[in-house]
Design a protein around this ligand. Sequence first.
Ligand code: PMP
Length: 426
Amino acid sequence: MTTSAELFELASRHIPGGVNSPVRAFKGLHRPPVFMERAQGAYLFDVEGNRYVDYVGSWGPMITGHADQDVLAAVRARLDNGLSFGTPTAVETTMADLICEMIPSMEMVRMTSSGTEATMSAIRLARGATGRDKIVKFEGNYHGHSDSLLVKAGSGALTHGEPSSPGVPASLAEHTITLSYNDPEGVEACFEEMGDEIACIIVEPVSGNMNCIPPQPGFLETLRRVCNEHDSVLIFDEVMTGFRVALGGAQAHYGVTPDLTCLGKIVGGGMPVGAFGGKREIMQNISPMGPIYQAGTLSGNPLAMAAGIALLTKLQVPGFHDALTQRVETLCTGLQERANAANVPMMTQSAGGMFGIFFTGQRRVDNFAQATACDPEAFRRFFGAMIDQGVYLAPSAFEAGFMSSAHTPEDIQKTLDAAEKAFALM
Ligand code: PMP
């Protein structure tokens, strides 16, 4: 038998860090990543034959569980027709119609191959449509790895950004303004000073990349208002929250309507897919209709469209999201009870089908500074104890957890039993 540790060593010879995306590497967790062989429903199975209850769900897409038979059947049904044609296909129209029906603020939509492309393209569109260069993002929000979005805050809220990775030109990063999440006053002050130079605000309407941080009441509303006042474009990055927080995404859940929306993950059913869309008036600036260039050889790939359509269709069953939310609440309440009983400072936050576990004595975590103040060592110990008992959590204290409709009450109970033991060891 080949172990995960052996496979990781082999992988590391020709793949940087042994992984094709950094967070998979279990960095800082003092153990090699687990190599998975297959997945079914709520479970992952590793190369050594161990089974895990999975709360990562391929980082979000697997909302009905892994290897969903309807999704696989839709892909199989198209497989023999060929993989890609580089021409329009009718299935792309079906996908566009479905997205625009499920998220009414999206009057037109363009498919991409990843979430990164969706956000990068939406930013270019906002800049091109407004004729402005500056963009606003929030500290701790992740929008993929395009240059303008890999920027961290400068020293003060209103300073311009600095690259958060070598390779991002400082001259580009200076156009990105990074503000604090859940701080409406900071946003107002920024727009007061330079609102008429700002092309757009891009925001995760529920933040899922600094653990799980929902918006405070009024925060998203403030973003909407300042964008209206200054003719800036409001972009919701719903790559994670789309079809997960509610059927119509976070914008339906919180009742705030953006101008543009970015999608990914669920919209591809596990295939490499992203999408961006919104107001017709803005979207019609995109090439070939308008002058703003955006393209993709594999965009709208027919197999990916088939997978995504099959999955989105399943989510429309009445009550799907209520049941998913209920499962998350059962898990979070159970975890809290067990942490309290063991005197472990921990709390949870959630929105629809996503949740976060914070090792802190605070009652709320609203921004990046508070999220990074949580105890990383407690997370590391908890993560290790959970994975050793067959529960696979995101291998980082700064990632949200994802529930699927395939998680049974027994799976949740197994998770809570494991957590009880994990807390006792902490
Ligand atoms: N936006 C958000 C909110 C994300 O969570 C992610 C990925 N986790 C992205 C954009 C980038 O998507 P991708 O990894 O598909 O490029």
